[in-house]
Design a protein around this ligand. Structure first.
Ligand code: BYC
Length: 474
C-alpha cells in the first residue's frame, strides 16, 4: 500500500533513508513553485473530482474524491520488486537485474531518465491555458487528471535522479523545473514538447498520439536491466492508459458530433460544415497529420548508435521484450529502414541493433493505425464517404532519414516548392487554427452541458452521471 501519512507519499520506505528524504523534501517546494507558475492557470482553488492511487496493484485506483490540485498527493510509487528478475537482453542477459546503477552506464542512464522526465512537466506547460476554453466540466476534470499525473511522472523520474545519481542527479532534478516548453533560451529537450497545444482538438490529438509515444517509451524502459527504472515505469504505465483514453475518445467525440451535424443538415462541403459550428473532417485530418508526424520524430533517428548502445548495455529494451522469441542480443538480425535514394523511397536492411528506434516507431504505428480505424468506424456508421488516413511515415519529418526531404502524405518525394504549394492542404493553416480557436472562446461548465462541437461521452467518470459536478469552482 502507499503511505499517505508522510509528507511525500511513497511505497519505497522513504523514511528509512533520511538523506534522500531530506533531499526530496527540499525539491518539493521548488516543484510546488513550478506547479503554481506553470500548472493549469487559475485553477488552484478548484475542487476537482480526481482519482488517486491507493496501492500500486492493478486494482489500486479505487480512490475518487474532490481535491484541490496543489494538494494532490504527488509521491513516489514503484511496482513491487521481483527478487528473481534478470537482465533480459543485451550483453548482460541472464545477470540478476541491477539494484544500483552500474558505474559504466551512469551518464547514459541519467540522460535517458532526464529525457523521459523532461517531457512530463513540458506537457503540463503546453496545456496550461486550456481550462479557459473547456467544452464541458467532464473534459475539464479529465485534463486536470492528466496534468496532475504528468506531475506525478516527473516525481517518478526525480526520485530516481535523487536516489541513484547523487549530486548530478539533484542538479538535473532542478534543471527539470527550470526548462520551459517553447522557451527560446531554455526549451524542453524533445521537439514535440516545444510545440504549442493551442486548442482542445490539439489536446486530444496530443494525448492520443504523443502520450502513446510515452506508452511505448515507458514500455521499452520498463524492460530495463536497471530494476528501479523498470519498476517505476511499470507503475507509470497504469496512469498513462487514462491519458490515451482521453485522447482517443476526445477526437472520436468530435468526429461523432461533426458527422451528426453533417447528416442532420445534409451538408458535406467543409465551409457548410463550419457554418454549423463544428469541425470539418478535413481539418481533423490535418491535425492528425501534424500530431502524427511530430510524434514520429520523438523516436529518434532510424539508424542510431545511441539506441544500439542502450540495448546492448541492457538499459532500454524493445516493446514487450520478454515476449519476443529471439536471442535478445540481436547480433545477427537485420531490420528494414526507409530512406530517400534517387528521388524515391526505398527500404534498406541494416543491423537490427542500430534500427531499434525505427522498430519501436513501427510498433507504435501499428497501434495508432488501430485507433484511427476506430475513428473511421464512427464516420462509416454515419454513412459519410470520408476516409481518415495516416500519412506516410516520411511526411513532415525533422529527425532521421526523412529530415530535409519533402514527402507527401501519399509517400511521393517532392521538391520543396511543390511540397510548400500543398502544405496547407495537408497541415492546419493559420486560418484553420483560427477557426478552431473561434469555437473555443469561453468555457462550458454547466454540469451536463457540452460545447456544440463535441458529442458527450458514453459514460461519466467512475460511473457518475454526465451532469455530475466534476469541478467545483469555489
Ligand atoms: N527532438 O541517436 P538519436 C512521454 C536528438 S513521451 C530533439 O536518434 P536517440 C510523454 C538526440 O537526443 C516519451 N532532439 O537519438 C508524452 C540526440 O542528441 P545528441 C519520452 C532529438 O538517443 C506525453 C540526437 O538527436 N521518453 O513520456 O537514439 C505527455 C541523435 O538522435 C529528438 C523518451 O523519449 C527530438 N524529437 O533517441 C507526457 C525516452 N530525437 O546525442 C509525457 C527516453 C532525437 O546528438 N529517450 N534527438 O545530443 C530516449 O530513449 C531517446 O533520447 C530518444 C532519442 C528515443 C528520444
Amino acid at each position: 500500500m502507499i503511505n499517505y501519512t508522510e509528507k511525500i507519499p511513497n511505497n519505497v520506505d522513504l523514511g528509512r533513508d533520511r538523506v534522500l528524504q531530506r533531499a526530496l523534501e527540499h525539491w518539493q517546494p521548488a516543484y510546488m513553485g513550478w506547479w503554481y507558475d506553470m500548472g493549469p492557470n487559475e485553477s488552484h482553488n478548484f475542487d476537482v473530482y480526481l482519482r488517486t492511487a491507493v496501492s500500486v496493484e492493478p486494482d489500486g485506483w479505487a480512490q475518487f474524491d474532490y481535491v484541490k490540485m496543489p494538494e494532490y498527493r504527488w509521491g513516489v510509487f514503484l511496482q513491487p520488486r521481483d527478487e528473481k528478475r534478470l537482465v533480459n537482453f543485451g550483453v548482460h542477459k541472464g545477470d540478476p537485474a541491477w539494484q544500483e546503477v552500474p558505474g559504466e552506464y551512469r551518464s547514459t542512464l541519467r540522460r535517458v531518465i532526464v529525457t523521459q522526465g523532461d517531457t512530463e512537466p513540458a506537457s503540463v506547460e503546453q496545456q496550461r491555458m486550456l481550462g479557459f476554453s473547456c467544452p464541458s466540466m467532464y473534459d475539464l476534470r479529465n485534463i486536470f487528471q492528466v496534468n496532475v499525473e504528468e506531475g506525478r511522472h516527473l516525481w517518478a523520474m526525480v526520485y530516481l535522479l535523487h536516489r541513484y545519481f547523487g549530486r548530478d542527479g539533484r542538479e538535473e532534478a532542478e534543471a527539470l523545473l527550470a526548462r520551459r516548453s517553447g522557451d527560446a533560451d531554455n526549451p524542453r529537450i524533445l521537439g514535440a514538447f516545444n510545440e504549442p497545444t493551442p486548442d482542445w482538438l490539439a489536446f486530444y490529438m496530443f494525448t492520443f498520439f504523443t502520450d502513446r509515444d510515452g506508452k511505448f517509451q515507458l514500455c521499452a524502459l520498463a524492460e530495463s536491466g536497471f530494476d528501479p527504472l523498470a519498476r517505476t515505469c511499470r507503475f507509470m504505465l497504469t496512469e498513462e492508459a487514462h491519458h490515451m483514453f482521453v485522447g482517443e475518445t476526445g477526437v472520436g467525440r468530435i468526429i461523432q458530433r461533426t458527422c451528426e451535424v453533417m447528416k442532420e443538415n445534409k451538408v458535406e462541403d467543409p465551409s457548410d460544415v463550419r457554418a454549423l459550428g463544428v469541425i470539418d473532417l478535413q481539418t481533423i485530418q490535418k491535425y492528425l497529420n501534424f500530431h502524427y508526424s511530430v510524434t514520429l520524430d520523438l523516436y529518434g533517428s532510424d539508424v542510431s548508435s545511441n539506441a544500439a548502445n542502450y540495448y546492448t548495455s541492457g538499459l532500454k529494451g524493445r516493446f514487450r521484450e520478454t515476449k519476443l522469441d529471439d536471442d535478445h542480443v540481436l547480433s545477427e538480425a537485420q531490420y528494414p529502414v526507409f530512406e530517400v535514394a534517387g528521388g524515391r523511397i526505398a527500404a534498406r536492411d541494416v543491423p537490427a541493433l542500430t534500427a531499434l528506434n525505427e522498430r519501436l516507431r513501427d510498433d507504435y504505428i501499428d497501434e495508432i493505425a488501430d485507433g484511427v480505424g476506430r475513428w473511421q468506424r464512427v464516420i462509416d456508421n454515419a454513412g459519410i464517404p470520408f476516409r481518415l488516413t495516416l500519412p506516410h511515415k516520411g511526411f513532415h519529418r525533422a529527425i532521421g532519414n526523412f529530415a530535409g526531404h519533402f514527402i507527401s502524405p501519399a509517400g511521393e518525394v517532392l521538391s520543396e516548392e511543390a511540397w510548400k504549394k500543398h502544405e496547407f492542404e495537408w497541415m492546419p493553416s493559420p486560418k484553420d487554427h483560427a477557426y478552431v480557436q473561434s469555437l473555443m472562446i469561453g468555457r462550458v461548465v454547466e454540469p451536463g452541458k457540452f460545447a456544440n462541437w463535441i458529442a458527450p461521452p458514453v459514460r461519466g467518470i467512475n460511473n457518475k452521471p454526465l451532469d455530475f459536478e466534476y469541478v467545483r469552482f469555489n
